[in-house]
Design a protein around this ligand. Structure first.
Ligand SMILES: Cc1cc2nc3c(=O)[nH]c(=O)nc-3n(C[C@H](O)[C@H](O)[C@H](O)COP(=O)(O)OP(=O)(O)OC[C@H]3O[C@@H](n4cnc5c(N)ncnc54)[C@H](O)[C@@H]3O)c2cc1C
Length: 288
């Protein structure tokens, strides 16, 4: 399919992009890697009159680290995050999640900001962002605002971005102490998208009990969510097989699971429980 006709503009700075967007926020779409937007345009599910290509704004492509914070520019590609040796040491969930996305072409062009802004119910980054307690920085004509990633994901393909705003940065508190991360995913055999994906971030006390647990789940519901019941079941516990299974059994508590031709709602819940147990076990073994 061929997309409907559109104008195309390439700003050199974020400020320029925000000004261009302000001229027609409803008829304009921001273009990053294009790996979700362009297919939607080809199918005529999206018909923006104008695209503003932010992928060439150098100031949006970075991952900076301080002792306490990792700051990632919105147009940083999946590949860039997958291939960072430093991130593999200080926040392994980022490269582990990145490498599970699509194929090499998708990872070379697709961006973390585009993935979060697209809010695909089967996208991988939203689960990792929740498990890492990430914050997103949104820039618009009235300045910037920051919010928890969890609050940023509103519903299916819907975020808290207001018309005229651009997701500028993702901020993650640098993991401290005896921490372990893992991402476990059941990929769709055709696209690689998550039928179910579970991101786990755990911190252990010196005696091996769990002092903090954060679990982000994607693929199951309309949007990625935090599995609060499962997290609570892990805190203060030794992470043996029985404890992990009991916590994993709670990952879909209170959640309305989606079903489709490939996976029914019941099967998705089953996959979520199995992959949650695997993710918790893998994260715990890396932390100990
Ligand atoms: C074959 C294939 C396989 C894939 N497999 C996977 C997979 O396994 N897992 C997975 O998670 N994803 C997968 N994807 C999706 C891929 O990761 C996309 O790159 C990602 O979802 C969107 O990022 P993008 O940079 O391409 O955004 P774009 O397609 O450019 O934009 C997507 C949406 O976000 C908006 N947007 C983009 N950046 C910003 C910003 N900074 N601020 C505000 N709005 C913004 C756009 O306006 C648009 O509405 C796959 C895609 C393809 C084509």
């Amino acid at each position: 399919m061929i997309p409907a006709q559109f104008d195309y503009q390439v700003p050199g700075t974020l400020e320029e992009a925000i000004n261009l967007l302000a001229q027609d926020p409803d008829g304009t779409k921001v273009l990053a890697g294009g790996h979700s937007l362009i297919p939607a345009m080809k199918l005529r599910l999206a018909q923006p009159q104008r695209l503003i290509d932010i992928a060439r704004i150098r100031d949006l492509f970075y991952n900076h680290k301080t002792a306490y914070v990792i700051a990632i520019g919105a147009t940083t590609t999946h590949y860039e995050l997958e291939s960072s040796d430093l991130l593999r040491n200080i926040c392994p969930l980022l490269p582990e999640c990145a490498k599970s996305i699509g194929d090499v072409q998708v990872r070379n062009k697709g961006t973390i900001g585009g993935s979060l802004a697209h809010c695909d119910p089967a996208g991988d980054w939203p689960a990792a962002a929740i498990a890492l307690d990430a914050e997103v920085v949104l820039a618009g004509p009235n300045g910037e605002r920051t919010m928890k990633a969890e609050e940023f994901f509103v519903d299916l393909l819907t975020t808290a971005l207001e018309p005229g705003e651009i997701l500028r940065e993702i901020r993650i508190g640098r993991p401290q102490g005896k921490f372990g991360h893992a991402y476990q995913k059941a990929p769709h055999p055709a696209s690689g998208f998550a039928v179910v994906g579970v991101a786990a971030s755990l911190t252990l006390n010196a005696d091996g009990s769990c002092s903090a647990a954060s679990l982000g789940i994607t693929g199951v519901a309309n949007k990625a969510y935090r599995a609060s019941g499962a997290e609570a079941a892990l805190i203060g516990k030794k992470l043996d097989d029985a404890g992990i299974a009991a916590a994993a059994a709670k990952v879909c508590d209170g959640v309305e699971a989606n079903g489709d031709l490939y996976a029914s709602a019941e099967y998705r819940k089953h996959l979520a429980t199995v992959h949650a147990a695997r993710a918790i076990k893998a994260a715990a073994s890396k932390a100990s």
